[in-house]
Design a protein around this ligand. Structure first.
Ligand SMILES: Nc1ncnc2c1ncn2[C@@H]1O[C@H](COP(=O)(O)OP(=O)(O)O)[C@@H](O)[C@H]1O
Ligand SMILES: [Mg+2]
Length: 490
């Protein structure tokens, strides 16, 4: 133990409660610091939730104008005793029980005069560094150096939400989880809406997938969505639906689905609607040929266990992405329910831009939202864990968000977003909310079931270059210029 550890930070003052109190400090105390102190039931751990400096000389009533403030400053400079540092502590629990992953709150407050200490490394290690393969290292304490581990089993069974404004390190964090999963042969299926996770196939545990769907496995409505017939274009939908049904009934024919659909349409007498549907089918043929695969028996054939399967959805628009997600997820959940299926072990499903697929607006219903909600509710029984990632928490469906057992939250500026998260999830300490706007990229509040206590953590940066990193336009322009300059010289 160093000398610093032995020196108290300050002592408890009046009106302490078992779960919160204030102490007078010798120096300014940083929010987020962890402290220890004795209670009648043993040593307890606390979290600095607030910190302030008071001054009698700078008291509001005395300082009525700028000159008074200057005088106060001169006097205060000569009078050390004027400054009074006070910190508010949230009691987290008894230290001994944390070591056994239990959380017990003391039932008695610390006595006035009880000394407050920095939580020393030895105690912090016992709390944050865990043995067992289910614990993965994600970074270190923001106020300190201790490594922080989280329990990935809790994500598989109780889900995780990663929420923060753009550029705060959400994708980096997911990339880190993917990297850690490689060490423990985890299975993940990641829907990559922006093509941010373009690792090389086969590198580490990565399996890249271009989504493929057998059009014959779609319902008529799904097919209509996929080829871009508007939801309220009833007559177009009916026309397509009839042709689609006939095509499905005689699958033996050799021609591909597009020409068969067009043929079925043409047998009818021509009218504006059939002509329009024909045009839509021809356009869709160009756009979707790479996604439709009529020979695929089971979508799940594309997925590899013990790997992170990255489904690249860059070429899809939002409607198409919704169909792809719902198509895959329905099959994954069904397969896990049957238990004898292709996915023999639990899977993690990661969904970037989650607000687009599980919108809070109930009128905005879509097939993906239905199956994602179902997984959020029932997934744990079948070993399907969700990781939802979003920069717009307020736009995420409340029922789904409330099922997320663990959270990783970084910078969030909008008070509406903060309050939404606070109200919908149970796990976030109120006083931490107001600090969310001040977090830097990679600094996250981890809370919920996957971590022993809610903590501010500096997440490790992954070396792998992600497509999502901020673009360095100036550098790229100058490189380009040098290249063309080289060419001119040659
Ligand atoms: N843990 C981290 N440590 C340091 N820098 C980080 C960290 N996470 C992200 N960053 C930086 O922030 C930028 C945005 O990260 P990214 O993960 O793409 O954010 P988001 O997905 O939230 O938009 C990246 O360019 C990266 O350099
Ligand atoms: Mg991102």
């Amino acid at each position: 133990m160093s000398i610093r550890d032995n020196k108290p930070l300050g002592m408890v003052i009046n009106a302490a409660k078992p779960y919160e109190f204030e102490f007078i400090a010798e120096r300014s105390i940083r929010i987020g610091e962890l402290v220890t102190f004795e209670t009648p039931e043993g040593k307890a751990l606390g979290f600095v939730k607030d910190s302030r400096v008071n001054s009698k000389l700078f008291n509001d009533e005395k300082i009525t104008n700028y000159h008074a403030a200057i005088e106060a400053k001169m006097i205060a400079g000569k009078n050390e005793r004027d400054k009074c540092m006070v910190a508010s502590i949230n009691v987290l629990g008894l230290v001994d029980d944390f070591e056994n992953n239990k959380r017990t709150m003391p039932s008695l407050p610390p006595d006035p005069g009880t000394e407050i200490y920095n939580a020393n490394e030895e105690i912090l290690k016992k709390i944050f560094i865990k043995d067992g393969k289910e614990w993965i290292r994600v970074g270190n304490l923001l106020r300190g150096t201790t490594d922080v581990y989280v329990n990935i089993n809790k994500v598989a069974s109780r889900h995780l939400a990663i929420l923060a404004t753009t550029g705060s390190g959400k994708s980096n964090f997911l990339a880190l989880i993917i990297d850690r999963l490689a060490d423990i042969n985890g299975t993940m299926i990641l829907f990559d809406y922006h093509g941010e996770y373009r690792y090389e196939d086969n590198k580490r545990n990565i399996h890249a997938i271009n989504p493929h769907i057998n059009p014959y496995h779609l319902t008529s409505d799904e097919f209509a969505d996929m080829i871009g017939i508007r939801e309220n274009a009833d007559r177009q939908r009916t026309t397509l639906s009839e042709a689609f049904r006939k095509v499905k009934e005689n699958r033996e024919e050799k021609d591909d689905i597009w020409s068969r659909l067009l043929r079925e349409l043409n047998t009818d007498e021509k009218n504006d609607v059939t002509v329009r549907v024909g045009e839509i089918i021809r356009m869709a043929q160009e756009n979707l040929q790479s996604i439709f695969d009529e020979d695929i028996e089971d979508t799940l054939d594309q997925i590899r266990e013990n790997k992170t399967n990255i489904i690249d959805m860059t070429d899809l628009n939002e409607r198409q992405a919704i169909i792809v997600i719902s198509h895959y997820l329905k099959r994954i959940l069904n397969d896990r329910k049957r238990r004898s299926g292709r996915l023999s072990a639990p899977v993690l499903i990661a969904i970037e831009e989650a607000h687009a697929f599980i919108p809070s607006d109930k009128n905005d219903k879509n097939e993906a939202a239905e199956i994602i909600s179902k997984i959020a509710r029932e997934g744990r029984k079948f070993g399907v864990g969700l990781i939802i990632i979003s920069q717009r928490p307020r736009k995420i469906n409340q029922d789904v968000l409330s099922q997320m057992g663990s959270l990783a939250i970084s910078r969030i500026i909008q008070p509406n977003d903060q309050h939404y998260i606070f109200e919908v999830t149970e796990n976030i300490p109120n006083e931490l909310l107001e600090h969310l706007p001040s977090l830097n990229p990679g600094e996250m509040l981890l809370t919920g079931q996957w971590i022993t206590i809610p903590s501010l953590v500096k997440i490790e940066k992954v070396n792998e270059k992600l497509g999502g990193s901020d673009i360095d336009a100036v550098n790229e322009w100058s490189k380009k210029r040098e290249e063309s300059y080289d060419e001119m010289i040659i």
